[in-house]
Design a binder for this molecule. Structure first.
Ligand code: ATP
Length: 263
């Protein structure tokens, strides 16, 4: 859909710039985004961009505003000020389902598989709204295969390990065939082997399907493995952007993680 539907000439111009010219590769862009909860500013004038096909990690100390920024991107929270652009369109006023239809998908921090349903029934949920018959079966089979759960279709999802549940959820989010997939702490509480399997899954989805990712993660080894560019949030603002090596070597970043004043 075109951004011209917004009717605001300023928005149209900005969105057109994002969709053309120097910004052709920009998939997602937040423009001066503010989120206030009452008198508290959780996200403070954030300009955050992700290119098509990129894997970007979002890090920062507890309370930095990472999850809030994710929710502003997915539409779970309305922005207080600012705009969100995706694929060149202004999606600021779109509800979460409209954003999913545009190609923006998310796996949440808290596991959200339905434990009483089978693995196959879970895998069917995200695609049943827009796929049927053979197409639906193909997507469900691909999800199970992508999650390494080929033989587990009739298993109760609650009987899967935590790592398998995370794999299933990522596969379910990917079955929507998004351009951008947001993952909030996908390897929290997982073993080293399970972390490696999730990293491989992200890389495969990125390389084979061209899906771009925004991943919130605290584990620097995991971040280093999957991400070239890292964004550091601190007190609701973008504090640094750079390679993981630049970020790890930055004394100001080390200081904010230790709880000192970074100014
Ligand atoms: N719904 C809400 N109402 C009020 N305050 C909120 C709400 N959601 C988040 N906050 C506050 O906004 C700030 C940022 O929270 P957020 O969850 O985005 O941080 P985070 O960087 O994801 O932290 P963590 O790494 O601990 O998950 C915190 O101070 C939090 O208490």
């Amino acid at each position: 859909m075109s951004e011209s539907a917004s009717g605001d000439p300023n928005v149209r111009e900005t969105a057109a710039q994002l969709a053309t010219g120097t910004n052709t590769e920009t998939l997602l862009q937040t423009d001066d985004v503010v989120k206030r909860f009452g008198g508290f500013t959780a996200t403070d004038h954030v300009d955050f961009g992700v290119k098509a096909g990129e894997i970007r990690c979002l890090i920062g100390p507890n309370g930095a505003g990472k999850s809030t920024l994710m929710k502003l991107i997915t539409g779970q929270h309305p922005v207080t000020e600012g705009s969100v652009y995706f694929n060149g369109s202004d999606i600021t006023d779109d509800d979460p389902h409209e954003r999913i239809d545009r190609g923006l998908s998310m796996k949440f921090q808290v596991p959200s598989v339905f434990e009483e349903l089978t693995v196959r029934e879970n895998a069917r949920l995200p695609v049943q709204r827009f796929a049927s018959g053979d197409d639906r079966r193909r997507r469900v089979d691909e999800s199970l295969s992508a999650a390494g759960l080929d033989g587990e279709g009739e298993t109760r999802a609650g009987d899967l390990s935590h790592g398998q549940q995370q794999q299933l959820e990522i596969a379910m989010a990917a079955s929507l065939e998004p351009d951008l997939l947001l993952l909030d702490e996908p390897v929290a509480g997982l073993s080293t082997a399970e972390r490696r399997a999730i990293a491989e899954r992200i890389e495969t989805l990125n390389e084979e399907r061209g899906i771009a990712f925004i991943v919130i993660e605290h584990d620097t080894d995991f971040v280093e493995r999957i991400s070239e560019q890292v964004t550091v949030l601190h007190q609701g603002s973008v504090f640094r952007e750079g390679t993981i090596d630049e970020i790890k070597a930055d004394p100001e970043v080390q200081r904010i993680y230790l709880g000192g004043d970074a100014e």
